[in-house]
Design a protein around this ligand. Structure first.
Ligand SMILES: O=C(O)[C@@H](CO)OP(=O)(O)O
Length: 253
């Protein structure tokens, strides 16, 4: 059976990850730590013998910059890079910009966990006057306004991500290209849910750390995983980074 590898990379720490604010489609930059994580991810990929023919990313700077820095480390700045809005982070609606711990103190940790991780329950929507409404952002001017979300649960993110997977990314993989996907915590959870067929309940507990490449080995025909995906880092580092993400929704003591 022939197999293909596809690599998923969540962007490095952003300034709002650092400040613990809900981000979604808000276009915030990488923090200093995030810049370092992105370069380190590229270094790790190179040292482990990975190379790529084509890369996909979102329309958001933190994922694009992560990809650029990783590709620079790998001497792969010449490969085609396709930014696609369908790979954007899950739209966090009216929560965008709010402090996660303060929101937990105000509405309760359980409610915040629902807003952060429930599969089918979206956070409150933003309206068109909100500074983060994507309809006011020139990068989305070619999109049908009906496609622009005002909030999303993970199910909505799955629904808008998968057309990019099936129509853009899969044909590249099938033509023998090695693909790197640089995206976001929740947009990658959407893809992981699909690839691993994770149940609606189990996906609630799945967290993706920043800046650590996640390797999928897929059957070249069916594009189903032939073994469990793995991060390019030791288990302890990954677990600590995943629980740090999970704990962002807790109140401050
Ligand atoms: O704020 C966000 O957009 C995401 C990713 O940073 O956070 P969370 O892990 O809370 O879904």
């Amino acid at each position: 059976m022939s197999t293909v590898k596809v690599v998923l990379l969540r962007h490095g720490e952003s300034s709002w990850n650092k400040e613990n604010r809900f981000t979604g489609w808000a276009d915030v930059p990488l923090s200093e730590k995030g810049l370092t994580e992105a370069k380190f991810a590229g270094k790790q990929l190179k040292e482990n013998g990975f190379t790529f023919d084509v890369a996909y990313t979102s329309m958001l700077s933190r994922a694009i910059k992560t990809l650029w820095l990783a590709l620079e480390e790998m001497n792969l700045m010449y490969i085609p890079v396709y930014p696609n809005w369908r790979l954007n982070e899950r739209m966090y609606g009216a929560l965008q910009g709010l402090d996660k711990a303060e929101t937990a103190a105000k509405h309760g940790e359980d409610q915040v966990k629902v807003w952060r991780r429930a599969y089918a329950i979206p956070p409150p929507a933003l309206d068109e006057s909100n500074q983060y409404y994507p309809g006011n952002d020139p990068r989305y001017k070619h999109l049908n306004p009906a496609d622009l979300p005002k909030t999303e649960c993970l199910k909505d993110t799955v629904d808008r991500f998968l057309p990019a997977w099936h129509n853009e990314i899969v044909p590249q993989i099938k033509s023998g290209k090695k693909v790197l996907i640089a995206a976001h915590g929740n947009s990658l959870r959407a893809l992981i849910k699909y690839l691993d067929n994770v149940s609606d309940d189990d996906i609630v507990e799945l967290n993706v750390p920043t800046g650590i490449p996640l390797i999928y080995e897929l059957d070249a025909e069916t594009l189903k995983p032939v073994k469990k995906s793995y991060y390019l880092a030791d288990e302890e580092t990954v677990k600590a980074a995943q629980s740090a993400v999970a704990n962002q929704g807790k109140k401050k003591e």
